[in-house]
Design a protein around this ligand. Structure first.
Ligand code: HLD
Length: 522
């Protein structure tokens, strides 16, 4: 590492031949190499690396906070030399470095072992290297000619994922997309095209009233996609769940029949592998039977639960997934791949292409002198597409499927650990009595004022405010982060999720201690 700090870059030596080392110099890579050993571009990147690496070290050093929270108006007003304002004049490189450091300072450390707020967390070092390489290659996934290696990697990863889902060699298509919501949207888009190909040219006006089904606990993206696709949110029929959050097949069948009776055309069912709040797995075999009986497309949203396919111990929870027509799977969640990395897998080959292709002849020239089947761009609803696959490929190389299995099992063990601890803690109550299926564990903290008093509506209303109040203190303190939500009639409760292999039992203990500390005045 160079010893000279870039802070002070605009010093005499650096300016001796009259060159100002402002940001514009970085665009001219041939500007400096001949200058007495000075390589500002290299030095700049080295300094950036130091800033990033010291942030990473702080994240894991055991003393750092998860965040240093500021309100929007504080960020807009500017903080200790950190201003979000943009001007017409270039800023010196030293300021650019300070801006990078401060951006991280005020960001949330999502890789912190005590960040339990979201389904995606952690920071895999090989994955990070993959992200850096991807940014350096800075190419686009739409054609083989500009992304040959990445296109082939995507093909290999998709095949691996098909295999894990359980599809045969002749089955399986797909692409990586910008997140689970878009992957779920693809599933509806492709299913609708399969049953009503006329929609591509004539639009929804040419279709009867079509309806789709998903559980009351499923992700909100199905409603969003239905709004986007012109199906309408009212045509997304919510299926009741049992007390563990699993879709009830009997209610699915009843609602399919009801919709038919009302003259609607059912075409699609989405089952969930790992619901957002409870982490529930729907009964895929039963749902597949119903889809088969009524000729409906079966999708499995395994954005969160797909990773369990890599675990010999836990994969039985996805039994029946191979009967799905499409699957969403986000390696950026349980597999710990840096954001973003999500795949939509479609069992029938060619459907994505047929549904979405527009054959732009300036991009997908059919007379290119190589196999144009590898031009993936026309399978998508995007044009430009980010390379999301490389970091996953690199992580797979570095740890193998076995390495993913170990880290996934470890996260599930933490869920089992906190579940057992919660059972013994008298000021906490579990929302669900059963062992967790996934890494989600939901619980209430019962503050002193609500203990040993009669329960009822009023009590529930008071309990509802507890989690949000504790969370507000938690954000100010910055020591830990966990999410909360209500569900149905249930007042706000905390949901802990584990996807960060860096989290230890001591971090789990800390979380509960911290909730107690922040809530014991309530
Ligand atoms: O849709 C969700 C995506 C994520 C995530 O990528 O971390 C919902 C959640 O997280 C969540 O934490 O509920």
């Amino acid at each position: 590492m160079r010893e000279k700090a870039l802070i002070g870059f605009n010093d005499e030596e650096a300016m001796k031949d009259g060159q100002h080392l402002d940001i514009s110099s970085l665009y001219a890579s041939d500007l400096f190499p001949a200058r007495t050993g000075e390589k500002p571009t290299e030095l700049f990147l080295e300094q950036i690396f130091e800033i990033l690496f010291s942030y990473i070290k702080r994240t894991y050093d055991g003393n750092s906070k998860v965040l240093d929270f500021h309100h929007p108006h504080q960020l807009l007003d500017g903080l200790e030399g950190f201003s979000l304002e943009l001007s017409d004049q270039p800023e010196p490189l030293e300021q650019i470095l300070v801006d990078c450091r401060d951006t991280l300072r005020y960001s949330v450390k999502t890789a912190h072992p005590r960040f339990f707020n979201q389904l995606s967390s952690g920071l895999d070092m090989v994955g990070l290297a993959g992200e850096w390489l991807t940014a350096t290659a800075n190419t686009n996934m739409f054609t083989y000619e500009i992304a040959p290696v990445f296109i082939m990697m995507e093909d290999i990863l998709l095949k691996k994922m098909h295999e894990m889902v359980g599809w045969t060699e002749n089955e399986g298509d797909g692409i990586f997309s910008p997140g689970g919501t878009i992957s779920n949207l693809y599933s509806i888009l492709v299913a609708r095209y399969k049953y009503f190909p006329i929609v591509k040219t004539k639009g929804m006006a040419a279709l009867p009233r079509i309806v789709l089904f998903t559980s009351a606990h499923s992700h909100y993206s199905f409603k969003k996609a239905s709004a986007v696709l012109g199906i309408g949110t009212e045509n997304v029929i919510a299926i009741n769940c049992d007390e563990r959050g699993k879709m009830m097949p009997s209610d699915l069948e009843a609602k399919i029949l009801k919709a038919k009776d009302e003259g609607s055309i059912p075409f699609y069912v989405s089952a969930t592998a790992g619901t957002t709040v409870y982490g529930a797995f729907d009964p895929f075999e039963n749902i597949a039977d119903i889809c088969q009986k009524y000729g409906l497309w079966m999708h499995v949203d395994a954005a969160w639960g797909g990773g369990l396919l890599l675990s010999k111990k836990h994969r039985f929870k996805l039994n029946g997934i191979k009967r799905a027509n499409s699957v969403t799977w986000n390696p950026h969640k349980m597999m710990g791949v840096p954001l973003q990395c999500s795949a939509i897998l479609v069992r029938e080959k060619g459907l994505l292409q047929a549904c979405n292709e527009m054959c732009a002849d300036y991009l997908f020239q059919p007379d290119k002198h190589y196999n144009t089947a590898y031009d993936t761009g026309d399978k998508t609803i995007q044009c430009g597409r980010h390379v999301d696959v490389f970091k996953l490929w690199l992580m797979w190389k570095a740890k193998g499927a076995n390495g993913f299995e170990l880290q996934i099992n470890k996260c599930l063990e933490l869920a089992s650990y906190i579940y057992k601890v919660l059972k013994t803690r008298e000021n906490f109550e579990l929302v669900l009595p059963n062992e967790p299926e996934h890494t989600n564990v939901c619980f209430w903290y019962i503050p002193p004022s609500l203990r040993r008093v009669p329960r009822g509506k009023e009590w529930n209303a008071k309990l509802h405010k507890v989690a949000s109040t504790i969370k507000a203190h938690m954000m100010e303190e910055g020591t830990v982060m966990i999410g909360f939500q209500p569900l149905g009639e249930k007042p706000n409760f905390f949901r802990v999720v584990f996807s960060n292999p860096a989290t230890k039992k001591s971090d789990v203990d800390f979380l509960l201690e911290e909730i107690e500390r922040l809530g014991n005045n309530l």
